[in-house]
Design a protein around this ligand. Structure first.
Ligand SMILES: C[S@@+](CC[C@H](N)C(=O)[O-])C[C@H]1O[C@@H](n2cnc3c(N)ncnc32)[C@H](O)[C@@H]1O
Length: 209
C-alpha cells in the first residue's frame, strides 16, 4: 500500500476544514467505529464544491453506504434538486433516512435499496454521477450509465488510486477493476478526465458535449 498523501499533509488539510454539523460529525464517528469506508471530509468538501459549481438538477450515487457522501451533495444542491442514494443494504439506507430526517435536507433525497446498476439506469439527464460501489463494477457501471447522463455531466469516482495498488502490480479483482476503469476513461475522447491525488484518489470527468 502506498500512501497517496503524506499523513502530515492530510492532518494539515483537516485542520483547515472544521465542521460543526451534528449529523455529519455523527456519521464520521460511526464510520470510524465500524471501519466503514466513507469518502472522508476532504473529499466531501470537493463533492460540495463541484456540486455548487455544476448546479445539478439530478445527482445519482452508485454506492451510498449510510449517506455520508450524499450529505455533501444534498447540502450543496438547490432545494428543487434531487440526490438519488443507492445501496444494497437496507440497514444503510434506513440509517441514512433516519439521519436526514433531522437535517432539513430529507426532501432532496431519494432512498433506494437494491443493485445500483439497475436503479441508476432508470434515470435520465443525470448531471452528476458519483461512482463508489464495488471496485470490480466501476467500468461496467460507467458503460451502463453513459446513456443516462445529461450533456456536460460530471462523473466523479472515488478510490481511483485504490491505496496505490494501481501502480504496485497487484492483480486482484478490485485493483484490476480500478485500472480498467481508469484506462477506459482516459481513452474516451468525449470526456475530459483527471484524477486528483486526494485521500484515495478522486476521478473527476467532464462530458464534453
Ligand atoms: C465505499 S461504500 C460507499 C460510501 C459512500 N459513498 C460514502 O462515502 O459515504 C460502498 C457501498 O456500496 C454498496 N454497493 C457496492 N456495490 C453495490 C451495488 N452494485 N449496488 C448497490 N450497492 C452497492 C455497498 O453496500 C457499500 O455500502
Amino acid at each position: 500500500m502506498i500512501p497517496i498523501t503524506d499523513p502530515r499533509i492530510e492532518e494539515y488539510l483537516m485542520g483547515l476544514a472544521p465542521e460543526e454539523e451534528p449529523a455529519l460529525l455523527e456519521m464520521e464517528r460511526r464510520a470510524k467505529e465500524l471501519a466503514f469506508p466513507i469518502v472522508d471530509r476532504l473529499v466531501g468538501r470537493l463533492l460540495y464544491l463541484l456540486t455548487r459549481l455544476r448546479q445539478p438538477r439530478l445527482v445519482v450515487e452508485l454506492g451510498s453506504g449510510f449517506g455520508y457522501s450524499a450529505w455533501w451533495f444534498a447540502r450543496a444542491i438547490s432545494i428543487t434538486g434531487k440526490v438519488v442514494m443507492t445501496d444494497y443494504s437496507p440497514t444503510n439506507i434506513a440509517y441514512a433516512r433516519a439521519t436526514f430526517q433531522h437535517t432539513g435536507l430529507v426532501d432532496r433525497l431519494d432512498f433506494r435499496v437494491g443493485n445500483a446498476l439497475e436503479i441508476g439506469r432508470e434515470y435520465r439527464d443525470i448531471d452528476i454521477l458519483f461512482i463508489d460501489l464495488d471496485k470490480h463494477q466501476y467500468r461496467e457501471a460507467m458503460e451502463v450509465m453513459i446513456p443516462c447522463l445529461a450533456p456536460h455531466a460530471l462523473v466523479i469516482a472515488d478510490n481511483a488510486l485504490w491505496y496505490g495498488k494501481v501502480v504496485e502490480g497487484v492483480d486482484d479483482p478490485e485493483t484490476r477493476g480500478i485500472r480498467e476503469f481508469n484506462d477506459f476513461m482516459a481513452g474516451r475522447k468525449d470526456f475530459f478526465t483527471t484524477i486528483l491525488p486526494l485521500r484515495d484518489g478522486v476521478m473527476v470527468s467532464y462530458r464534453l458535449s
